[in-house]
Design a protein around this ligand. Structure first.
Ligand code: ZN
Length: 277
């Protein structure tokens, strides 16, 4: 697969769903083999964080990347999912804070930004992660399984045991077109009963009906964008979390009731297995 970057730099601004703080990010093209590099402009030193498996950290309710204990970037999964859809492999992102803007809670805003600026193919190739054996992780009733395959496919199953979402499943084969057609508009969702607990932990401070789908006992806060929007958002998150490996992947992923923490552990296991290959 050929390496890709963007044609020119652009800047966007938005609030973080957890911090509620406004963040500005400038995204710029980068040379071949340089990878995806975040810089925290609000920190004086140790402020560069490259996307690679060793830098994946566990974070409640979102993805987290950290080069050390000082510098971290959180809630970057929707941004990373958009990079994965376009196959962008080299980029720099200069941020004024630690949390990626949530935009409308989906990946469509990021897709639009990259679509507008344009993608450019570079000369060198990047090898996709391919394994010749299964890898799986489990935590409580959450499971993730990697099966060798020629495409990047995700079969996802959720069961919230609630009256609105309940059980949903969806099988998806990743490509830019499929992502734009089936996945990118699916929004972040949360249960109304959990909102106060999140606020007391300093989370979801920037959450609103404009950037999240709130699930009540007998209705949603707004009209669904897809009938199975929640499971599609879980697929969006998994695509983004797995792109924290820093390169594309081929394989069929079976996901059952996963979480960002389990996605991160799974990415680490896949990285370990890939390096042993
Ligand atoms: Zn998400």
């Amino acid at each position: 697969m050929v390496q890709k970057t963007i044609t020119k730099a652009f800047t966007f601004t938005g609030i973080g769903i957890h911090s509620g703080k406004e963040v500005s990010a400038t995204v710029s093209p980068a040379p071949e083999d340089s990878g995806i590099l975040f810089t925290r402009l609000d920190l004086i030193s140790n402020n560069k964080i490259i996307v690679k498996p060793e830098n994946i950290r566990s974070f409640y309710l979102g993805s987290c990347l950290a080069a050390n204990n000082e510098a971290r970037i959180i809630t970057l999964e929707h941004f990373m999912a958009a990079l994965s859809a376009f196959g962008i492999t080299n980029l720099t992102i200069d941020m004024t804070g630690e949390e990626m803007p949530i935009l409308d809670g989906s990946a469509s805003g990021y897709i639009d930004l990259f679509d507008k600026v344009g993608i450019v193919s570079q000369t060198k190739q990047i090898a996709a992660i391919v394994l010749d054996r299964e890898v799986w992780v489990t935590h409580n009733d959450g499971h993730l399984v990697y099966l060798p395959a020629d495409n990047f496919e995700i079969s996802y199953f959720v069961d919230y045991g609630d009256p609105m979402i309940g059980k949903q499943q969806y099988s998806y084969c990743h490509s830019k077109d499929a992502f734009m057609r089936e996945i990118m508009n699916a929004r972040t969702f949360g249960f109304f009963k959990d909102v106060e607990a999140m606020w007391s932990r300093g989370l979801a401070l920037g959450g609103s009906f404009d950037n999240a789908l709130v699930v009540y006992e007998d209705h949603y806060s707004s009209e669904l964008r897809y009938p199975d929007e929640p499971v599609k958002h879980k697929i969006l998150d998994l695509v983004g979390d797995l792109y924290l490996l820093g390169r594309p992947m081929n394989g069929h992923i079976i996901a059952i009731k996963s979480s960002h923490a389990l996605n991160g552990k799974f990415a680490q296991c896949i990285s370990d297995a890939y390096n042993l290959n």
